[in-house]
Design a protein around this ligand. Structure first.
Ligand code: AMP
Ligand code: ZN
Length: 115
């Protein structure tokens, strides 16, 4: 989608702090990090979110990327958390499916505001 910021990052039109990528997935640093390591893992193909008939192989590619992104950003051994915000109550602001990978510090539940 030409007006989707994450599509523009995936196709290289907009610069981002890319930390890992392959033919299906791009991972880049969040502009407003909520943890010492905060990376967004996205499919190159546009899906608005979990409710957008996402093929199983896209989920597989995202999940398979996560430990590789963790390794690339130095948090594989210390641990990390994956989050997918879906819809308004979850605070989804970018309508291109993305997985937040958060790590680099011990997390309490407070790092993810529930209400
Ligand atoms: P969500 O609230 O789950 O939709 O998360 C969207 C995330 O995208 C937020 O954490 C933003 O900080 C991040 N974000 C928005 N624009 C950019 C950008 N151009 N580069 C990196 N991260 C971005
Ligand atoms: Zn998109």
């Amino acid at each position: 989608m030409s007006d989707c910021i994450f599509c523009l990052i995936a196709n290289g039109t907009i610069p981002a702090g890319i930390v890992w990528q392959d033919e299906r997935v791009v991972a880049f640093r969040d502009l407003h990090p909520q943890a010492p390591v905060h990376v967004l893992i996205i499919p190159r193909a546009h899906y608005s979110g979990l409710d957008d008939d996402v093929p199983a192989e896209v989920y597989a590619a995202l999940c398979a990327a996560a430990p590789l992104v963790a390794r690339a950003t130095g948090v594989a051994d210390s641990g990390y958390r994956l989050i997918v915000n879906t819809g308004p109550d979850a605070g989804q602001t970018v309508m291109h499916l993305h997985v937040h990978l958060l790590g680099g510090a011990a997390m309490s539940e407070g790092m993810v505001r529930l209400a």
